[in-house]
Design a protein around this ligand. Structure first.
Ligand code: ATP
Ligand code: MG
Length: 580
């Protein structure tokens, strides 16, 4: 297969696009792989589409290899199934909703648990039919709050989603493992550097859900690893162990102090250390952070979150903890409406007296004494003891996780890094089977409720993730398995003999089964070399001045290594390089 650049629908750009921040976004646009149409909406140009299709093929092969069967749903779906599971509401503004000409409600599918469950219910009835795993590689729609970094976070994107249906919990464990193993093979074949981290807190059963994160500084996910055990988790899933409760009896009584001009933790700690004979640190203070929360179908309501003053509330952990509710910070207008909230001096007292739900960090156990706001400007209370002077309405584990924190499994401390989610495997259990009464008739003719798993791979995101992990300052460097071509033949000169030689090499390589990108344009060698580096085909064959002495040059895009090869040996040499 020969693709000729003289006619290829491709225009490379010398300048980075103005809206691009991460390398993959800049390079995929500059190299002519994608073009923006709308926020989070991109057109795939010929080279980009080839890479996308190559990735899709790897995913499909590995899914088929363990017996998953491909089907395809429409993206345009009726509302009713999503109403049955409450997701029509729960998805909130992330769901693209629309009406047809008769006024009936539709949505563009963000993920398809409902449809798969209903489909299996429609076809299968006996225990003999199970287990079964179905998948699709299909366009998904999510009205993301922050579409970002080109195709990395789109509002329309390609996902492989699969769903397993089993009779027993052991069956589900096996289906989960099959997916896990297939994902490892997929991401290994794609040449990615990635980690597998737990995505749900231990409370839900440890392995119930794991994410595959590609390691990348530009990633939106932060994950932590223990220095001493195999523990690895998305920070959203890290659980802070609660310290043991303390005795209340030996604690001094709470005392209100006049602490002028101390609206921040830092000013407060400095003031107390200068004006009392005790030593305080930020960790002795309790910071009460007010947010507003909107549960599906409900109005916005206030929520107070108390964390030790040496830590911030991690907004992503907060969002994860409150899902499916939406969360937002308070605005000036909200403070104005609730004048009992004295900014900088908010304490549990006014919060709870005014009926605001008050949730505290796991470190706030019975008997711990805190310095916190006294609900009056310039005043704080010292020795406010949990379980004696205030009792939170519940626990919320959303304080930032820091490097050096103890690992939740008690072994070692945590180190942090950033990643991009490329896959997610999840044991759903019977939630969807319950919603749609998906049963199989057992051998004793009694119904058995089916248990499910759901599993996703971000196929279009992977194009950007690979680019993110594999590039240099001159351009993209595709791993061989996904590259849009095997060999980039650059004719470095305009004269007829060079052009004819390029044409001849391309034909011979193509005859050997290689995919060839032939630069047969009438451009200068400099332009062609720069484009070859930008486009990122792993092997470049340069046909230039050496030809008259019987040699051509083979260049490795990644290492930059060049070798002179006699014309007569060049084809075999390239076949070997490509297949090695
Ligand atoms: P994220 O946390 O990145 O928003 P998610 O947890 O919502 O992702 P899933 O519902 O688990 O995503 O979807 C499965 C996979 O689809 C993800 O692992 C990711 O690779 C991909 N994906 C999710 N959202 C997007 C998006 N907006 N654009 C591109 N790929 C996406
Ligand atoms: Mg996920």
């Amino acid at each position: 297969m020969i693709t000729r650049m003289s006619s290829l629908f491709l225009r490379t750009l010398r300048e980075d696009p103005a809206d691009a921040e991460v390398p993959s976004h800049k390079l995929l646009v500059r190299a002519g792989y994608v073009r923006r149409v709308a926020p989070g909406g991109y057109t795939w140009l010929p080279l980009g589409l080839k890479v996308l299709r190559n990735i899709e093929a790897v995913v499909r092969e590995e899914m088929d290899a363990f017996g998953a069967q491909e089907i395809q749903f429409p993206a345009l779906l009726p509302k009713e199934p999503y109403e049955a599971t409450n997701r029509w509401e729960e998805y909130g503004p992330n769901l693209f909703r629309l009406k047809d000409r008769k006024g009936a409600d539709y949505l563009l599918g963000p993920t398809h648990e409902e449809m798969f469950t209903l489909t299996v219910k429609g076809e299968y009835s006996s225990y003999k039919d199970y287990p079964v795993t179905l998948y699709q590689i299909q366009t998904k729609y999510r009205d993301e709050a922050r579409p970002r970094a080109g195709i990395l976070r789109g509002r329309e994107f390609l996902m492989k989603d699969s769903y397993s249906f089993d009779l027993t919990d052991e069956g589900l464990s096996q289906s989960y493992k099959d997916h896990r193993d297939a994902y490892i093979r997929i991401f290994d074949r794609l040449g990615l550097e990635y980690v597998i981290v737990s995505a749900t807190s231990g409370a839900m059963g440890g392995s119930a859900s794991e994410e595959f994160l590609a390691v990348a500084e530009t990633g939106e996910d932060t994950f932590v690893r223990s220095t001493e055990s195999g523990y690895a988790a998305n920070v959203e899933a890290v659980t802070t162990p609660a310290p043991p409760a303390q005795s209340i009896d030996d604690k001094p009584a709470a005392q209100v102090h006049h602490t002028p001009n101390t609206p921040t933790i830092e000013t407060l700690v400095d003031f107390l250390n200068a004006n009392t004979d005790r030593k305080f640190t930020a960790a002795d203070t309790l910071k009460n952070v007010l947010v507003k929360v909107k549960r599906p179908g409900k109005d916005w309501e206030l929520l107070a979150v108390a964390v030790p003053g040496d830590r911030e509330v991690d907004f992503k952990r907060l969002e994860a903890a409150l899902e499916p509710a939406e969360v937002a910070m308070l605005e000036a207008a909200d403070f104005a409406k609730n004048s009992f909230l004295v900014k900088g001096y908010i304490g549990p007292g006014a919060i709870q007296a005014n009926g605001i739900r008050f949730l505290a960090d796991p470190r706030v156990v019975t008997g711990t004494a805190w310095v916190t706001g006294a609900d009056k400007a310039d005043h704080h209370v010292v020795d406010l003891v949990a379980g004696r002077d205030f009792t939170p309405d519940g626990v919320i584990d959303v304080a930032e996780v820091r490097e050096g924190d103890a690992s939740p499994d008690g072994k070692g401390v945590l180190v942090a890094a950033r990643g991009i989610e490329i896959g997610h495997i999840f044991q759903l259990g019977r939630k969807y089977a319950d919603a749609f009464s998906l049963d199989a008739l057992g051998p004793d003719s009694k119904p058995v409720r089916i248990t499910m798993g759901s599993y996703g791979v971000g196929v279009s995101r992977l194009v950007a993730v690979i680019a993110e992990q594999s590039h240099d300052d001159r351009g993209l460097i595709w791993p061989r398995n996904v590259a849009p071509a095997d060999v980039h033949v650059v004719v470095a000169g305009k004269d007829e003999t060079l052009m004819a030689a390029g044409e001849d090499f391309a034909k011979q390589l193509s005859a050997k089964g290689l995919k060839v990108l032939l630069d047969d344009r009438k451009a200068s060698p400099g332009v062609k070399f720069a484009d070859a580096e930008l486009v990122g085909i792993p092997t470049i064959l340069v046909i230039g001045r050496g030809l008259k002495d019987g040699t051509v040059e083979v260049k490795d895009r990644r290492s930059g290594e060049r070798v002179e090869v006699p014309v007569a040996e060049a084809v075999d040499h390239l076949v070997q390089v490509v297949n090695s």
